[in-house]
Ligand binder design. Structure first.
Ligand code: ZN
Length: 430
């Protein structure tokens, strides 16, 4: 039996809005929280006592968000159905003493965050976004969404063999963006941001800033059947997860608690207080059990019955590099979400997880595909195996097939975001 599909191309239009509005993990969770609040969810503070009430709730911590919906009649041992995703994307991030320069150019010192495809950051108009922490302890999001920075590539005349021998980029020497002309003075960048934000000089005490392409997402292709845009790995899944959780909130007769877990720091291994390898998800789920009067036995029963769909992007088959893929597993754009398999547990999927995912797609009327690596290529990984191992929760790795993963501008099918969202709704409905 298939339920009526909830999402269509309008979901993809909305994804493009979400991507543009979310140049950093902090923006992504703020935008997710705003959407959940519109759907009736309310924010809980980790430092307050939590009540046993029903309804939608969420916790924000840095660039992470955990949201859940407690249905009428939920018991302390009611299991969870979790959608996992991550909010961070590979990029360039501002160093503690950012003001530098060379040869009369002002530059910003950056670190490389995650497995960035460095060449894709060259010769793009770049903005700057992130979080400022003020002296009074408050935080504010900042987004300079104009052409502020650029990492200029060396002219071909000065690098004659670049097209034949390949571009070699040194992460330290070659990736520092310029942001104008003149002498660099310590404090320039932060003073500039204070001015842009209308803050008093000296009011910023800390910052987490990163660079983003200011080019908005666009439909691409003869029939506009593709979408080009930044940070689809993995805001595409965060956005679909928010939409799916909001869609099932208020549903009658749920025999489990739907959850969205959107973590930071996946791109460098998930080990942080906001990453999937930290205690955040486990703490929230346990506190939810205990708030409903549960015991440790109830917690164990709830976790044992819980299942997580970990959604992240995967590789669509590349037209120019078909040999890099497994010969028979060729995920295509607009052919539906992918089930990701790796017997060495780089992905947590097993046969029983496959059956859960297949059933959800069938209920949603959504086609799906499988991804497995070519044996001669190292397989990527994601939060799925970490969630499974850390919490003892059955986990299935899924996602959407894209091209140009970890580029400053990735590419996916225009139908796949809403096909994923429809499958996630069916999974959360159970
Ligand atoms: Zn990812």
């Amino acid at each position: 039996m298939s339920s009526p599909a909830r999402f269509d191309r309008g979901h993809t239009d909305d994804l493009m809005t979400f991507l543009t509005a979310s140049p950093s993990p902090y923006h992504a969770v703020a935008n997710a929280a705003e959407r959940l609040e519109k759907a009736g969810f309310r924010q809980l503070s980790e430092t307050d006592a939590w009540d046993s009430g029903t309804g939608g709730k969420f916790v924000l911590r840095g660039g992470a968000l955990i949201a859940w919906y407690v249905p009428e009649g939920a018991a302390a041992h009611t299991p969870f159905r979790i959608i996992g995703a991550h909010t961070d994307s590979p990029n360039l991030r501002v160093k503690p003493l950012p003001d530098t320069g060379s040869q009369g150019w002002r530059q910003i010192a950056v670190e490389i965050y995650g497995g960035t495809l460095l060449n894709t950051w060259l010769d793009r108009d770049l903005g700057l976004a992130g979080r400022l922490t003020l002296r009074d302890g408050t935080e504010r999001l900042v987004n300079i969404d104009r052409a502020l920075l650029r990492v200029p590539q060396l002219a071909v005349h000065l690098d004659r063999s670049v097209n034949s021998d390949g571009l070699k980029l040194d992460k330290q020497r070659h990736m520092q963006p310029i942001w104008g002309l003149g002498e660099a003075h310590e404090g320039d960048l932060i003073a500039f941001l204070e001015e842009e934000e209308g803050l008093e000089h000296g009011s910023v005490a800390g910052w987490d800033l990163m660079v983003h392409s200011i080019e908005p997402p666009a439909y691409l292709g003869r029939d506009r059947e593709l979408v080009a845009g930044p940070r689809m790995d993995n805001l595409l899944s965060v956005h679909a997860g928010v939409a799916a959780l909001a869609a099932v909130s208020g549903a009658e007769k749920l025999d489990h608690i739907p959850v969205l877990a959107a973590f930071d720091h996946e791109e460098n291994g998930s080990q942080s207080d906001t990453g999937a390898d930290g205690p955040l998800l486990g703490n929230v789920l346990e506190r939810s059990v205990f708030a409903r009067g549960g015991t440790y036995e109830d917690r164990a029963r709830a976790f044992a019955g819980t299942i997580c769909l970990s959604s992240d992007t995967g590789h669509a088959v590349h037209p120019n590099y078909g040999e890099r893929h497994d010969p028979t597993h060729h995920p295509r754009a607009n052919a539906g979400p992918i089930l990701k398999v790796n017997v060495n547990q780089r992905y947590a999927t097993d046969g029983s997880g496959r059956a859960v995912f297949a059933a959800a797609c069938e209920r949603a009327g959504v086609p799906w595909q499988t991804f497995v690596s070519n044996n001669s290529m190292p397989c990527g990984t994601t939060i799925g195996p970490i969630t499974a191992a850390r919490h003892g929760i059955q986990t299935v790795d899924i996602g959407v097939a894209i091209l140009s993963m970890h580029s400053a501008r990735e590419l996916c099918g225009a139908d796949d975001p809403y096909l994923l969202a429809n499958a996630l709704v069916a999974f959360l409905e159970g």
